[in-house]
Write a protein that binds this ligand. Structure first.
Ligand SMILES: [Zn+2]
Length: 107
């Protein structure tokens, strides 16, 4: 088990290097692998979007939690949402995943 995870980690690292250089490998594929490895955190940058708000996390398809803030009138308004499962976090008008950052965490 530990051995196979280690192997998978190496694989992803190799693939990430390839992506940096040439985009030959689908980022989608690497992302999916990376999300399943405990030693890798996935951070997601978002961009402006005109589409409909996602019901589920566009990265890992898990439920999204709403983020709220108070406006000047003291009203609670939704300002965005975040995934409880991966590193995805979006704003009301800016939620299309644009760039993924993979952070190797030790331990
Ligand atoms: Zn997610």
């Amino acid at each position: 088990m530990a051995r196979s995870q280690e192997k998978l980690g190496e694989l992803v690292e190799i693939e990430l290097k390839d992506i940096d250089r040439s985009f030959q490998i689908s980022p989608e594929r690497v992302r999916r692998i990376a999300l399943e490895i405990p030693g890798i955190d996935v951070k997601v940058e978002t961009r402006k979007s005109r589409g409909k708000r996602p019901d589920k996390c566009p990265v890992c398809s898990k439920e999204l939690d709403s983020l709220y803030a108070e406006n000047l009138d003291g009203e609670r308004i939704q300002v965005g949402f975040k995934c409880s499962s991966c590193g995805y976090r979006g704003e009301i008008e800016e939620f299309d995943p644009m760039r993924y950052e993979f952070v190797l965490t030790k331990g």
